[in-house]
Design a protein around this ligand. Sequence first.
Ligand SMILES: Nc1ncnc2c1ncn2[C@@H]1O[C@H](COP(=O)(O)OP(=O)(O)OP(=O)(O)O)[C@@H](O)[C@H]1O
Length: 287
Amino acid sequence: MLARTVEVSRRYGDTLALDRVSLEIPSGGVVGMLGPNGAGKSTLINLLVGLRRPTSGTVELFGGDPRDPARRRQIGVTPQETGLPSTLRVRECLEFVARHFPDAVPQKQILDRFGLTEVAGRQTGGLSGGQKRRLAVALAFVGRPRLVFLDEPTTGLDVQARRALWDAVRAFADEGGTVVLTSHYLEEIEALADRVVVVGHGRILADDTVDAIRSMVGIHRVSLHAPDALPELPGVVGVEHADGRTSLLTPDADQLVRDLVRAGVPFRGLQVQPTTLEEAFLTLTGK
Ligand SMILES: Nc1ncnc2c1ncn2[C@@H]1O[C@H](COP(=O)(O)OP(=O)(O)OP(=O)(O)O)[C@@H](O)[C@H]1O
C-alpha cells in the first residue's frame, strides 16, 4: 500500500471538510477522485502529501508519517494553483526541481513528454495559461516519483493540450507509476483512471470502477410544462420546479418519456438533457 487514510476527519473552524474518510492507494494505476467544488478532494490530497494534518484519524504515506521529508521526496505533486517564478525560464524551472533529486528524469524527456520543447527557453511569465499548467504538471514528474498527486491537472487547458497531458500521465502509469488525480470531469477520469473515488460533502460516496460510476451518475433531466400536478412516475429520483417548468431527474429518460405519454400527461415543451456531474451527485446524495 503506497498511501492510506483511516477514519480521517479534517475541520476548518466550523467546516467539516472531511468526515471519517478511509481510503487506500495501492501501487500501480490511476485513481480518479471525482466530486463537486468543496467536496473535500483537495483537503484529502493535502493530508496525503503531508501539507496538512488531520483533525482526527490516521494518514500514512509509504507506511509512515507523510510529513517525513524522506517520504515526501518520493512523491510528485501539482496543486490546484501553482505560482511559477515569472522570470525563470522553463528550462531553469525544470533544472531547479531536478537538482533536488538524486536521479531526475533527463530534461529532454520531460520537455518532450509534456510538449514544452518549443518553449524551453522562455520565461514562465511569458507562457500561456495552458503552457504554465503543463509545466506545473511536468514538475511533479521530474524526480521519478513513486506516487504522483495531480489536483485538477487540466483545468484551463484546451482539448489538444488536455489530451497531450493525458498521454503523459498514462505513459507514467504504463511504466508502473501510481497517480491520484482529482477532476470535475467524468471524461477526464474515464480517459485515465482505473478506479474512481467519488467524494461529496467530505465523505466517500463511491469507490468503484469507471463503468460502475458512469452508470451511477448518468442521470438525465426531463423538463416540461405541465398544467397539473404530475402523477407518481417510476424511476424519478428528483423533482424541481423553476420558471413554470417542472424538471424530473431520472437515470432512464427514455422510459420516463414513455411513462409520461402512457399516463396521458398533457405536457408541452419537452426537453431532455444530461445533468452535470455536480447535479447528479447532489441528487444521489439527497442534499
Ligand atoms: N484553508 C481553509 N480554511 C477554511 N476552510 C477551508 C480551507 N480549505 C478548504 N476549506 C473548506 O473545506 C471544504 C472542502 O474544500 P476542498 O478544497 O477540500 O474541496 P475540493 O473538493 O477540493 O473543492 P474544489 O474542487 O473546489 O477544489 C470546503 O467547504 C472549503 O470551503
